[in-house]
Design a protein around this ligand. Sequence first.
Ligand code: ADP
Length: 190
Amino acid sequence: MSKLNIVLFGPPGAGKGTQSEFLINRYNLVHLSTGDILRAEKDAGTELGLMAQEIMGRGELVSDDIVIGMIRNKIEANNDAKGFIFDGFPRTKAQAEALDGMLNAKSEPITVMLALEVPEEELVKRLLGRGATSGRADDQDEAVVRNRIREYENKTAPLKEYYSAQGKFKAIDGVGGIGEITARLIQAVG
Ligand code: ADP
């Protein structure tokens, strides 16, 4: 059986984390969120975590080498997985190329990129709303929130073309009820 490897894509606040929860249960996948891994490192007080904390606090991207290494370890540690949901990764062309290299070497390529689309003002509203309750520092400052969206537009959004060229890009309307959006994602997986 071939594996189901999904890139769940979209700007900060698009709902990737929320929707990942439904998709991992439905398809029995392993969830790999580089944001979650970095926050766990920060909470554990590791050197990597402390360094990443500063960069994340400014709303910038952590270096490719670091996140690629983290993902490589997780893929190797989950050899028996039915597939992965990549959430918040890849975020640059270098990350996408490295991921293709790792997965193609195992003959388990990315199946599809599901791109959640949400207008910017809605993203800002959602992130600041989450910041009011979640304790995530990067969700509490509008300038940082907007910088994350800029980073996304400049460095990450071009990956739509990267996956389009492989015939794997699917746009999903990310505005609506949570269940409604889950249904759209499931339909797109087919
Ligand atoms: P969001 O999508 O809401 O911005 P994430 O949890 O995915 O939240 O990411 C939080 C922060 O972690 C990012 O702003 C960035 O600093 C860092 N980060 C997460 N994933 C990556 C990645 N793949 N490459 C570089 N930096 C990352």
